[in-house]
Design a protein around this ligand. Structure first.
Ligand code: ADP
Length: 628
């Protein structure tokens, strides 16, 4: 059964709208452009009011059959206001949208930058579809804030004051009627729509986030959902979110309708009111008859000033909620804060030193690393092995600044990691993860992420180095070949090799390869590991793996268990030791994962020297269960 929407967006429920000041503050960088857009907008409505007033006077005066010269100025006025209105409107749209898009671009970049600092340790609290909705729909809502909230209020105040002042000159009582009607439209009606919007549309952004998240889940998990027959349940979730969103959108439309209706009513009342006070004055001769049409028709045009305000208050409510969702991300503390004072990055070559390193995931009761020591002078290659959950990937996360150091220290070229800016750390240590991401673009573009100005020859050479030379030659479109979403047109092994080629192009002094062969079958995994070890010769490399094949060529192997180094040495030394590593190695050989027959004999001999055959097979069984 599909859980009620309130439960599904439960995490968002307590999110109160962002304060108005902070929400409006988003537009501060575009303040001057917004001011100009508001002035041009004031010109647009001012021209509309001027057009109405001049036309009303012209028609009334023309009824008296005066000489043509008497009407000439008014005719020019009508032409001027009619034409200038279009120009003002064009300018207002141009400047306003320019301001909005600048703010949006800045907000998106800021949002992405913060996301980058949060990932991966700080993001589990957010679903990917929901994040997508925040970065697209919620940031878009800020566009409405800039175009449909701030200028309408500014224009209403400016042009409203001038219009009432001009009518005051003709007939003060009519000006009072207009003032009361305009103020009521600018305050009471928006207050009412704002209140209704707060009540009825409270969850719109959160429901939209839930809907996007469910749709993304459905698309990404389509094969699994189809296999397990769970499509219907997922579709039911989507329908339920969609129904909720429709309900909220209907409520929003009703609120907008109420606002528009009330404004139109007040405009009509203002026109009748000015006529009521104007007609007696015309009878008594205090007001010339030709001005009566002006006084009666100007309010109709003037209401264009306030007709957008109810919608603007509704939009403001929506923007405040969207802003709260964005601020929730931008206020989330980064797992590893940037140092207050950063120092210059180390000169190459860069030695890496890890001393008594302890690390813990935020909120985790137990540390994931407990006192790791490791020296990686330039060019040394180290393998980190151990059962699943031992802390291998955690070490990689600490090295690339995704997770803070709890105790101990890590230095790069003698400089503490904690004193280096994250971008500097990332320019020294490159990480190729288990699921290295390939973008849905060409092979060349994916590779150039590592080195923007790399030539095609350099790209081909890097693919050659990771064993993809023949494959590249066979591709009809070569480097221009599209890799598909997440690299779907490539095999798992090819994807990982492309990711490594990308990292090689980036020329990181230190390369961390985290289970590069994790999702590959055994022969492909072995081939990839062998090629990686060949290609990284002479380059500082930390290879994290739970498979031991090929580790004869690394300088040091660290066996980690429960966050501690339990064994260390070269492959041969560890096999000699007859401990956990040797036992796992033996298991790999016996199950056909090893590399040579002669080694099987050698290691079997070692294992028998280290313990009884019974102990050996028991240990193998235990290891097999844990090292998967
Ligand atoms: P390995 O890479 O050796 O399989 P990890 O380094 O991923 O192991 O995990 C080490 C320990 O940290 C495990 O107990 C795991 O449950 C825990 N852990 C891993 N990632 C997180 C996380 N994001 N939040 C909390 N605990 C985590």
């Amino acid at each position: 059964m599909t859980a009620p929407i309130e439960e599904r967006i439960g995490g968002e429920q307590p999110l109160t709208p962002a304060p108005i000041g902070r929400t409006l503050g988003v537009a501060r960088p575009a303040a001057w452009r917004l001011a100009l857009a508001s002035l041009l907008g004031a010109g647009t409505i001012g021209a509309a009011i001027g057009l109405m007033g001049t036309a009303a006077w012209l028609i009334s005066r023309a009824a008296q059959h005066p000489s043509e010269s008497t009407l000439a100025v008014a005719i020019v006025g009508v032409q001027f206001f009619g034409l200038s209105r279009g120009f003002f409107r064009y300018g207002e749209r141009l400047v306003g949208h320019d301001a909005a898009f600048r703010v949006l671009a800045e907000q998106r970049v800021r949002f992405y930058r913060h996301l980058e600092r949060l990932a991966p340790a700080g993001l589990p609290a957010f679903r990917s579809g929901d994040l997508l909705s925040r970065v697209v729909a919620d940031v878009d809502s800020l566009q409405d804030l800039i175009l449909r909230v701030i200028p309408p209020f500014a224009i209403a105040v400016l042009v409203g004051t001038i219009t009432v002042g001009l009518v005051w000159v003709l007939l003060p009582t009519a000006a009072l009627v207009l003032l009361v009607a305009l103020v009521a439209s600018a305050t009471l009606v928006p207050w009412l729509t704002g209140t209704l919007a707060r009540r009825d549309e409270s969850d719109q952004a959160a429901i939209r986030g839930e809907l996007t998240a469910s749709v993304v889940d459905l698309i990404e998990g389509a094969p699994e959902l189809a296999v397990y027959g769970a499509n219907d349940a997922q579709l039911a979730r989507i329908s339920s979110s969609d129904r909720e969103l429709t309900k909220v959108a209907t409520a929003a439309a009703s609120t907008a309708g109420i606002g528009l209706g009330l404004t139109t009513l007040l405009a009509g009342l203002a026109m009748w009111g000015t006529l009521m006070v104007g007609i007696p004055d015309v009878h008594s001769g205090r007001l010339a008859g030709v001005w009566l049409a002006v006084i009666a028709l100007v309010p109709l045009a003037a209401f264009e000033l306030v007709s957008g305000l109810p919608a603007a208050t509704q939009t403001l409510q929506r923007s405040r909620r969207a802003a709260a969702r964005l601020f929730a991300i931008s206020d989330a503390p980064a797992p590893v804060p940037e140092p207050a004072i950063t120092v210059a990055p180390p000169n190459r070559p860069v030695d890496l030193e890890i001393r008594s390193l302890w690390a813990r995931y935020p909120g985790a009761p137990q540390p994931a690393l407990r006192g790791i020591d490791l020296s990686v002078p330039q060019g040394k290659r180290v393998a980190i092995v151990g059962p699943s959950g031992a802390g291998k990937s955690t070490l990689a996360s600490v090295l690339v600044d995704f997770l803070p150091i709890e105790r101990g220290c890590v230095t790069l070229g003698g400089i503490s990691l904690e004193l280096l800016a994250e971008t500097d750390v990332h320019s020294v240590i490159g990480l190729v993860g288990q699921d290295a991401h390939l973008f849905d673009t060409s092979l060349a573009e994916n590779l150039r992420i590592g080195h923007r100005s790399a030539t095609d020859a350099e790209l081909s050479a890097s693919l050659e180095r990771v064993g993809l030379g023949d494959w590249l030659d066979e591709l009809p479109e070569g480097l221009a070949s599209e890799v598909g979403q997440y690299g779907a047109r490539l095999s798992g092994g090819q994807r990982q090799r492309v990711a490594v080629a990308r990292a090689l192009l980036a020329q990181f002094p230190i390369l961390v390869l985290d289970e590069p062969a994790e999702h590959l079958d055994l022969p492909a995994a072995r081939a990839l590991t062998d090629d990686l070890l060949n290609v990284t010769e002479g380059r500082s490399t930390i290879l994290i793996t739970h498979r031991l094949s090929g580790l004869e060529s690394v300088d040091e192997v660290l066996v980690i268990e429960d966050g501690r180094v339990v064994e260390r040495g070269t492959h041969d030394e560890l096999v000699e030791l007859g401990g956990m590593y040797a036992s796992r190695w033996l298991h790999e050989l016996n199950s056909g994962q090893g590399t040579s027959e002669s080694l099987t004999t050698h290691v079997t001999g070692q294992a028998l020297v280290g313990g009884t055959p019974e102990r050996s097979s028991e240990a193998q069984l235990r290891e097999r269960n844990r090292w998967v």
